[in-house]
Design a protein around this ligand. Sequence first.
Ligand code: DGL
Length: 262
Amino acid sequence: MNNNPIGLFDSGVGGTSIWKEIHQLLPYENTIYLADSLNAPYGNKSREEIISFCIKNTELLLEKGCKIIVIACNTATTNAITILRERYNIPFIGIEPAIKPAALQSKTKSIGILATKGTLNSELFSLTIEEFTKDIMVTEIIGEGLVPLIENGSLNSPEIFNLLKQFTNPMLENNIDRLVLGCSHYPYLIPQLTELLPSHIKIIDSGEAVAKQTKHIVFQNSLQKNTRNKPTLQFISNSTSKTLKFLLEDCLDEIQIETKIF
Ligand code: DGL
């Protein structure tokens, strides 16, 4: 089991931002990443649809022998992690918007959260908001339209800049000093957001925390790979792999990318 891969899935290419953090922290681990780009975006789908995509992805990763599964998608985590944990006897690690650190760090007592409709409407999200933001003003904005543009690789398009301006304006009016990125696609927009936002606003994403938690769970369950040979790093997309190649261009000689219907 120890040399079996860590499985990851996302509605598309965004979760590669999490894969990069995990690979950095656990460089010898074998990994399999599923990009369900054919069904992206998950954020506008019903809870039932999101759950059924998550079950399909999990079963494929289990067939491939994954020892743990990282749900590299906030929308999938907030809507389906409880059900997946009940249904399958394997550790799941999820990603959720980093509300707690943002609330604790904010000096203006005002934070912004950019996420999908599916995440903002989920019960898990409401419970976290209730627990950690009692004395904090929270400006929640749905990042409608961002995921398809990122899936296309249009990171520096005028459309992206216009949407980001539109989404962050109400946050600026509310004097936020922390912006939480509640979608694993959005870390790819940090350069654009940094250009648009005043420098006192800190952008917070959950990638590093998820990687640390993944390492912790691997070691806690004694599942760490026991050889230091070159890992197999597999990416499977059910759509074009053009954007995957673009986002992973720094490590193309280490990884394998395959296109396949699932
Ligand atoms: N990466 C997914 C997330 O973290 C994107 C959601 C979507 O596909 O709409 O929520």
